[in-house]
Design a binder for this molecule. Structure first.
Ligand SMILES: C[S@@+](CC[C@H](N)C(=O)[O-])C[C@H]1O[C@@H](n2cnc3c(N)ncnc32)[C@H](O)[C@@H]1O
Length: 254
């Protein structure tokens, strides 16, 4: 009970987070957990379709001229910064997939949701240096964890001039991110609210902002059928990559 009150107090001090809290409450009252109960079936669906990164990119029509992996020295330096921070945050997306996707599409305008230590931000920004592009990220820090100061810690400080971090929940934050690019983006990486309802809120907003040919990547699609249903609604066949025991979905806007 005390923990619940502390959570309410944490949100109460942050008016911009209230729409997120209202959505969470509505989900709990509305029995949204039935979607999350289908986790095993969603994981089986993803596993059946999983291919390696090169084949997944080819399947959505993205040609790679050369395969350049993220410099391991960048990962080492990031790990040292993460260790020094002394805090624990969410795990990384598929860094090779993000890096290779940004490079292959020569994306210049990228939005991501979910930053935590900032591994996916690092992967995108490493590739965006070649295209002179920009990254806008949306992240609501975990309530009550006191991690705010360390969100994005693995990103080299000297790269921050091409990076904007919106420290808000998806509800509101995504709209701000899209507006930062005047409504047109080349690539999206979704790694924030993994509930079915959260995906159904964020995916369409991000999809609408993608330019034709733009690439949409969502992490942890095995959590529920949100990604599968979204792709079906669009009438598109997604590609799926297995990544360290979880699954990442890809779509390309026609
Ligand atoms: C798995 S971590 C992101 C990992 C990151 N993409 C990486 O590769 O290092 C998820 C992050 O999303 C944030 N998050 C969760 N729900 C959110 C929401 N509704 N809006 C914005 N951020 C959210 C969490 O606080 C956490 O920082």
């Amino acid at each position: 009970m005390i923990e619940k009150l502390k959570t309410v107090a944490w949100f109460a001090r942050r008016p911009r987070f209230w729409p997120h809290m209202a959505a969470l409450t509505a989900q709990r009252l509305g029995g949204a957990t039935r979607h999350e109960a289908l986790k095993d079936a969603a994981a089986a669906w993803a596993a059946e379709r999983a291919v390696d990164i090169g084949r997944a990119l080819a399947a959505i029509g993205v040609a790679e001229r050369e395969q350049q992996l993220l410099d391991p020295a960048l990962i080492d330096a990031g790990e040292r910064r993460a260790l020094r921070s002394g805090v624990r945050m969410g795990g990384p997306g598929d860094l090779d997939l993000i890096h290779r996707s940004v490079r292959a599409t020569e994306a210049r305008r990228v939005i991501e949701t979910g930053v935590a230590y900032g591994w996916s931000s690092l992967a995108a920004l490493a590739a965006l240096r070649d295209t002179d592009g920009r990254l806008v990220s949306v992240d609501m820090p975990y309530p009550k964890m006191g991690n705010e100061a360390f969100v994005g810690i693995v990103v080299p400080p000297e790269w921050r001039d091409r990076w904007t971090l919106i420290r808000e929940p998806d509800r509101h934050g995504i709209r701000r991110a899209v507006a930062a690019f005047d409504g047109a983006v080349d690539l999206v990486h979704y790694d924030s609210d993994k509930t079915y309802a959260g995906r159904m809120y964020g995916y369409p907003l991000l999809w609408r902002a993608l330019v034709p040919g733009g690439v949409f990547i969502s992490d942890d699609i095995q959590d529920n059928f949100g990604f599968r249903d979204f792709a079906a609604r669009l009438g598109l066949t997604p590609a799926v990559v297995e990544s360290g025991g979880k699954y990442v979905g890809l779509l390309r806007k026609p």
